[in-house]
Unconditional design. Structure first.
Length: 216
């Protein structure tokens, strides 16, 4: 299976389509930030699912009503719910939505307790997840900002440690970067697709290949 991962579009769906045309994937993943209300609408998003299956989490710049209503052609929701494990083409996929905060003042805020609970739910579901997708980033792991400061949060690091995915894809920081653990796990920040950043994954007979994909 050939999988394309994009992120942080901020309304620039043309860059997403450019990546899709260049990669020709069987499946599309997104780390969130498709675009704010007014930048994207459900009918725009549905063009992607007319082409291929899509799975996404939301970030802090998403038209949440549209993303929540969006469905694949088989009727399955595109949005991964926190704590859900979805079987996709022979691997197990899980997602963590939103960005960390201490409150729920914004609809896209998630707290430490919510991320911890979702991670425990995923980890407890018969093998956890092979691939974990989130908008937020794990503290100290592929989380450098353009100012070379760590931009991740400890709750996402704890989730990574609890779930132990083979591949963990993140977004939010707009800086593509990667870390590989001694155990062979890949943590990759997808970057910002309007800058030409994407990630190409190949899953075949239980093995993963994860490489940066530059298309501009």
């Amino acid at each position: 299976m050939r999988i394309l991962a994009i992120s942080d579009l901020h309304g620039d769906l043309e860059s997403a389509w450019a990546a899709v045309e260049a990669a020709q994937p069987d499946l599309l993943l997104c780390g969130g930030d498709w675009g704010d209300p007014g930048e994207v609408k459900l009918s725009d998003l549905e063009h992607f699912t007319a082409r291929m299956p899509v799975h996404t989490v939301y970030g802090n710049h998403d038209a949440l009503d549209a993303v929540r209503a969006w469905q694949n052609q088989d009727g399955a929701p595109v949005l991964l719910a926190n704590g859900e494990v979805r079987q996709v083409g022979g691997f197990r996929l899980a997602g963590l939505n939103g960005i960390w905060a201490k409150s729920h003042r914004k609809a896209y805020y998630v707290t430490d307790a919510e991320v911890d609970e979702a991670a425990l739910q995923v980890a407890g579901k018969g093998g956890g997840a092979d691939l974990l997708l989130s908008h937020g980033c794990p503290s100290g792991v592929a989380d450098l900002t353009w100012g070379n400061r760590h931009g991740g949060q400890r709750c996402f690091l704890r989730a990574f440690q609890a779930i132990r995915p083979r591949v963990y894809l993140t977004g939010h920081l707009h800086r593509a970067q990667e870390h590989r653990t001694r155990e062979g796990q890949v943590v990759r920040n997808i970057g910002a697709t309007p800058r030409g950043d994407a990630t190409l994954l190949t899953f075949h007979e239980g093995e993963w290949e994860v490489v940066p994909f530059h298309f501009l």
